[in-house]
Ligand binder design. Sequence first.
Ligand code: DAK
Length: 261
Amino acid sequence: MSMPTQQYVKTETVGRIGRIRLDRTARYNALNRTMVREIVEAMETFDRDDRVTVIVLTGNGKSFSAGADIEEMLEATPISMELLDPFADWDRISRIKKPIIAGVHGFVLGGGFELALACDLIYADPATQFGFPEVGLGVMPGAGGTQRLTKCIGRTRALEWLFTGDRMQADEAERLGIINRVTTDVEATVLAMAERLSNQPSMALRLIKDAANKAVDLSLQDGMEHERRNFYLLFATADQTEGMQAFLEKRPPIFNQQEQE
Ligand code: DAK
């Protein structure tokens, strides 16, 4: 499966892992429109690639990302945004069906923080600084920051970070449950987790992610009905037979065999 041309991201496939690295290091990986589109296209390409089970997103250079490109944003008008609809690209990230693991370090600010929050698992270097500095620029987060942070840590706690624009240290982000873990070797941690997940049954991962996402939007009853449908669907997979047969035969299961053929 061929990857679209890229200027600001680097991609590679390692085993069953699709790797995306932000690569605009001179600007702390500040996200311009082209870069966001390249990230989204890379994610979608990996999402369609049967050889890939899990996607890993990291940043090259000193930081994961210092947010949206301020120089580019300065030029924006309501009409230019209406015409270009830059938020549409961000929405596409929410539709990626495979697990996305973010490994972050340095500054994770504004749109960079929103990008990390749009991923499924987040591991961070101990010196990582998170924050929403938008208020200091006279605006507010626009790519999910107010929604995802609030759903994650609650309204009053989220509002303090959003109103002040203060930077949150990695250990606090871990304590608040915004990230999975602080780790001194982000690269090794994300790759080890990606490797683990790449041996899990891919359709189960996909439908687990889908059901967990529904938990954020739906009532408990609607969410449970959705979960049940996903559960039933998994009984159409070879991995369900393999997983249960392997248990009864007292051996480790080997998943995704059909996809590897
Ligand atoms: N945009 C553009 N350039 C940036 C940048 C950014 N966000 N962050 C850093 N740079 C550039 C700097 O201008 C500088 O460029 P040169 O002067 O070398 O040409 C270079 O990167 C190195 O930065 P510094 O010299 O400032 O380095 P320091 O170590 O002193 O400071 C810093 C690093 C990350 C603390 C600082 O650069 C900083 O505060 N950066 C800005 C942080 C920020 O406010 N981020 C933007 C938040 S607003 C949307 C979706 C999302 C968003 C908006 C719209 N749509 C879908 C429409 C999101 C909005 C935001 O993220």
